[in-house]
Write a protein that binds this ligand. Structure first.
Ligand code: AOF
Ligand code: ZN
Length: 409
């Protein structure tokens, strides 16, 4: 029996100086071979869709508020062209692939990771571009939940006589754009809580010392998470304790998320790095009992101060406001009391936990989640593990909320 193996590596080039993509994407086919046989075997529909997904994945973090989308055009068993959506405002994946294919698109087959759009946004409808190109069949991994599209794209293609097959590699395509899907449906950001803990779940020793629990490799991976989220959120105690920059530092460059600080009493020092560092915008949420003069000084330094109506900060209210600002995703990076608020208010979609093979111990050492906690185990939040991988000597565990609660978050 023939076994087939295929590995693609994609790189989207990111230009840190301009804070955006350079407008090109390298696709390196690292390994494309047929194992266990001598006979040449054709790539199948699933392989082509996997290629489109790999292309889309390479743009993670740079298309917001748009989704990551990849497209592939094939004719008579030959790969004609590929396309990817690099950045909001730039051509959609289908349009890019069609342009690269030129005349060869006629009677070809397209594989696209998201339903082609049918509306005029920043760019014209992809459905029309597909119809005009003469493509005869389109495989769509998943429909677009954007109400402007939602089924209308595939309907337009079918009405024009194009054969449309939906649902190929759907699970992967939905996961690829989970932040976009969540944001379109709920109008609040997709929330990831990130933690770095010892095997006994501690984020710091009893003295507060936390440098470093996880390895350099795991800490480097956190910069990918920052690149992939629109905003990064911490509490005031983290700012006072660590004076972090909260920027993305990767060898290949990356996008700096908007910095969000929850600071009920507006205690942040004017000298804090998140206040002074100009590489990203900073928004500070406070309660209603604050020194107005201090807020004005922060505003003068370029920070946005949002004073909520009540004496304490509601995480859900913060997310509602961030959603209004068009921020599609938030990475929550501590501390343990902030984590506890997000958990208690059920205001999170996933947890990514880096676990080091180390025991800190001590009943006063800092746990990943603080707060008072429930009385009963049965009152704990139920999650589902979706991924476990090894990063250097550490584990990276991803868990999602088991039940999406009603109420828009
Ligand atoms: C596609 N292919 O590559 C993308 C799509 O403002 P616009 O014109 O960029 O439209 C943005 C919307 O189009 C976005 O909210 C989503 O529904 C869809 N994105 N559609 O056919 C693509 N990026
Ligand atoms: Zn489109």
């Amino acid at each position: 029996m023939l076994r087939y193996s295929l590995t693609f590596i994609c790189h989207a080039l990111f230009c840190p100086a301009q804070g955006n993509v350079r407008g090109c994407l390298f696709l390196q086919v690292e390994d494309l071979r047929y194992e266990g046989g001598t006979q040449k075997q054709q790539m199948n529909d699933r392989d082509y869709m996997q290629l489109a997904i790999a292309l889309a994945k390479a743009t993670a973090g740079q298309t917001s508020p748009n989704p990551s989308v990849g497209a592939v055009i094939v004719k008579n068993g030959e790969l004609i062209s590929t396309g990817v959506h690099l950045k909001a405002g730039m051509p959609h994946a289908e349009a890019a692939a069609i342009q690269a294919a030129g005349e060869q698109a006629k009677d070809a087959v397209m594989y696209v990771t998201l339903e082609p759009c049918s509306h005029y946004g920043k760019t014209p409808p992809c459905a029309d571009a597909i119809i005009n190109s003469g493509i005869k069949k389109v495989f769509v991994a998943t429909l677009d939940p954007n109400p402007l599209v939602a089924g209308k794209g595939t309907e337009r293609l079918r009405k024009a006589g194009i054969e449309v097959v939906t649902g190929l590699c759907e699970e992967e395509a939905v996961r690829l754009n989970e932040k976009f899907f969540h944001f379109i449906q709920h109008k609040t950001p997709f929330v990831t809580i990130k933690g770095a803990v010892s095997l006994d779940g501690k984020t710091a020793a009893k003295t507060g010392d936390s440098k470093w629990i996880t390895s350099g490799e795991a800490r480097q991976d956190v910069h990918n998470l920052r690149h992939e989220h629109d905003a990064i959120l911490v509490g005031i105690n983290t700012v006072l304790h660590d004076n972090p920059l909260l920027t993305t530092r990767r060898p290949q460059g990356g996008k700096n998320p908007v910095r969000i600080i929850l600071d009920t009493e507006c205690k942040i020092p004017l000298s804090a790095r998140v206040v002074r560092d100009p590489s990203s915008k900073t928004i500070i949420f406070t309660g209603n009992r604050i020194d107005k003069q201090k807020a004005a000084q922060l505003t003068d330094l370029g920070v946005e101060v949002i004073s909520l109506d009540s004496s304490r900060i509601s995480v859900r209210e913060v997310l509602r406001i961030l959603g209004e600002k068009g921020l599609m995703s938030v990475l929550v990076e501590g501390g343990s009391e902030i984590h506890a608020s997000f958990i208690a208010e059920e205001a999170f979609q996933q947890i990514i936990l880096y676990v080091a093979p180390k025991i800190i111990g001590g009943r006063e050492a800092v746990p990943f989640i603080g707060g008072a906690g429930p009385d009963l185990v049965s009152q704990g939040k139920k999650l589902r593990f979706t991924n476990v991988e090894k990063i250097g000597p550490d584990l990276k565990i991803t868990a999602v909320r088991l039940v999406e609660q009603e109420g828009g978050l």
